[in-house]
Write a protein that binds this ligand. Structure first.
Ligand code: ACO
Length: 332
């Protein structure tokens, strides 16, 4: 019998209704549509405005829609894995909350924190559980309420991020589709360039940390940009070489959506024409864990069974990597 592989067999998303445009941001901070479009490529992003709702709500909504779409009973889900850097609370995990919201009673699970690379890290995690043969249905949720950690008086970060959640069903297959390979990396020496300084055990919340705005994202954009371009491009090219994939063999590069200039640079290094590089940053901004899944969700109807996809990401940590995925189904 062929080896068991893990395949994405369904995908659904939740996007908050509120659209935060560059025009609105330029009334809040000293920025402009021209600067944001030229330097980053974002036009608008979605924001979850309801103060009583957060990541688990978005992930739970995406999960419910996915279960309905794939005609899957919540009772059959074995595991729930949530990728997020904006959990509702330090504990319980967002996985517990999403499972409860979606009526999933027979599963275990947990959260994974790998910033913008967390979809790739959780896909590899889910894939390993499926390949073990012990688990048949894993709900993988990627969700971030980035607006909850964004300082809307800081023009260097507030234009970048948006809120979203995507839920995916991961199941075993013995066909030649699914997760073929993953090359993943961490390097904690990047911690000073991209972080959220307070609220953890090092600096618990205090009047001082709040006054110093240490509960918001800090990013040294230039430093991160340089490493992101080289690491994302290197690992994506390494994946192509390892599997003897030429540009013609690849249906799509699906890159993390942090900056259009990074995306273009990675596509160019891989020798791919623009038509093969999925981009939706203009409409959603950087939704951290959810960017690559949002691309897959939007592309679902265009993807064909057997399509070779390279997924590539870079994020805080630093974390980065590439996954070689063969798409598993033709959407109905
Ligand atoms: N509007 C207008 N001007 C701005 C804005 C803004 N929104 N933001 C910064 N500027 C100004 C700066 O103050 C600076 O002005 P100065 O020259 O007078 O000092 C100038 O524009 C240039 O600033 P840079 O930071 O050099 O701008 P850069 O071209 O590098 O773009 C950006 C900034 C978009 C953040 C870019 O560096 C980037 O994309 N970095 C990588 C992001 C990334 O990949 N992050 C990892 C994933 S995120 C995660 O893991 C959570």
């Amino acid at each position: 019998m062929n080896k068991i592989k893990a395949a994405i067999t369904g995908i659904e998303a939740y996007l908050p209704e509120y659209v935060l445009t560059n025009e609105e941001l330029s009334k809040m901070v000293d920025t402009s549509d021209e600067w944001i479009m030229q330097r980053v490529g974002i036009k608008e992003r979605r924001i979850l405005k309801d103060k009583d709702k957060a990541t688990a709500f978005m992930g739970g909504e995406a999960a419910k829609k996915l279960l309905a779409k794939t005609n899957t009973s919540p009772d059959t889900i074995d595991m729930v894995i949530v990728a997020t850097v904006t959990p509702d609370m330090a504990f319980p995990s967002t996985a517990c909350l999403v499972a409860d919201y979606a009526g999933i009673k027979n599963a275990w699970g947990y959260d994974v924190s790998a910033a913008c690379s967390s979809f790739l890290f959780t896909l590899q995690t889910a894939s390993s559980f499926i390949e073990s043969g012990k688990y048949k249905k894993i709900l993988l949720v990627t969700a971030d309420k980035m607006s909850s950690i964004t300082d809307y008086t800081d023009r260097t970060t507030c234009v970048l991020f948006g809120d979203a959640a995507v839920a995916m069903l991961i199941e075993p297959t013995t066909q030649e589709v699914g997760v073929m390979d993953a090359m993943l990396h961490i390097d904690g020496s990047g911690k000073d360039h991209l972080n959220l300084k307070a609220g953890g055990s090092l600096r618990p919340a205090s009047h001082e940390t709040v006054d110093a705005k240490m509960h918001y994202i800090y990013q040294d954009g230039k430093a991160v940009f340089k490493v992101a371009v080289s690491k994302m491009a290197d690992v994506s090219v390494a994946m192509m070489e390892k599997h003897n994939l030429r540009p013609d063999d690849i249906a799509w590069l699906i890159p993390h959506q942090a900056n259009l200039r990074i995306i273009d640079a990675v596509g160019n290094r891989m020798g791919l024409p623009k038509e093969k590089v999925m981009v939706n940053i203009e409409r959603y901004g950087n939704t951290t864990a959810a960017t690559i899944p949002l691309c897959l969700w939007e592309l679902e109807r265009q993807l064909k069974k057997g399509d070779n996809l390279i997924l590539s990401a870079f994020g805080g940590g630093f974390t980065w990597g590439a996954v070689y995925l063969k798409w598993a189904y033709n959407a109905k």
